[in-house]
Design a binder for this molecule. Structure first.
Ligand code: BT5
Length: 240
């Protein structure tokens, strides 16, 4: 994979979206720090200059039906790399990686469109690799960083190389088969199936309670709503 590195950038996702046409498929953009790191629903991603990972990958060859699973593919890939450091990772549906209930990584997948027709995706991830404890405490939700979990500074370049190798190694298979080929890896890292869960489908909607039943073959969350009907949830936030 081609890797373009920046010292400071507004957001690696914004950069990749703005230059989408000129960037080749599977180009990775990494930055040391972001001045306007973005989460979903216009939230912020805290991106200090402390040897963390802020990465976006340009993807132009993905079948439309597998696009919603890109986030899950990267969740599984990044979880496997973090686990190499003997840290247990959980996936919090749909796009977070947690260590002992604290968020260590978040993923933002955005479509690029030309004349209103989607022609690819930018898949971004922020991973706290060497976060300073004081900065971490300023985040409004519980957050974790790999250095603090392992008690040692992490070689960011080694982590990044490992992530890109892992990403590329499984990508062709994923692009051909979709969620089916990562379902097992995804399911073994989630812990809420069979439980009562609270979901907010959008920031402007109230929280709703469901019984979590399954992640189906397409990677969507299947729940039982309070009327005891099965419902498929495509996006939102799981409230822990
Ligand atoms: C996400 O959004 O988790 C997606 C984050 C994606 C960031 C990457 S960095 C590279 C690329 N370029 C970008 O501009 N973005 C992507 P969401 O699920 O909406 O979660 C956002 C929430 O996570 C915030 O509202 C905070 O509560 C929390 N948060 C912010 N910064 C954090 C951090 N560094 N570590 C842990 N939690 C954080």
């Amino acid at each position: 994979m081609k890797l373009i590195k920046f010292k400071t950038i507004n957001s690696t996702n914004t950069y990749a979206l703005n230059r989408f046409q000129e960037l080749e498929d599977m180009t990775a953009i990494a930055a040391k720090t972001q001045t306007d790191g973005r989460g979903r629903f216009e939230r912020k991603w805290l991106s200090p200059d402390c040897e963390n990972i802020y990465l976006s990958i340009v993807l132009k060859q993905i079948k439309k039906e597998f696009a919603p699973n890109l986030t899950q593919y990267l969740c599984v890939t990044a979880a496997k790399v973090i686990e190499k450091y003997s840290v247990k990772v959980q996936i919090k549906w749909p796009n977070d990686l947690l260590v002992e209930g604290k968020k260590i990584a978040g993923i933002l997948c955005e479509a690029h469109t030309t004349h209103n027709i989607p022609d690819g995706f930018v898949l971004g991830i922020g991973i706290n690799i060497n976060m300073n404890e004081d900065v971490l405490r300023n985040i409004d939700k519980p957050a974790a960083s790999l250095n603090l979990e392992t008690g040692t500074n992490i070689d960011k370049q080694k982590f990044l190389d490992s992530l890109l190798i892992e990403f590329e190694a499984g990508f062709d298979r994923f692009a051909e088969k979709g969620f089916a080929c990562i379902r097992e890896d995804y399911l073994k890292r989630i812990n809420f199936l069979g439980k009562s869960i609270t979901i907010r489908k959008r920031d402007d909607l109230p929280e709703e309670k469901f019984q979590a039943l399954d992640i189906n073959e397409s990677g969507n969350l299947v729940v039982l709503n309070k009327e005891k009907q099965r419902e498929i949830i495509f996006s939102g936030d799981l409230i822990l």
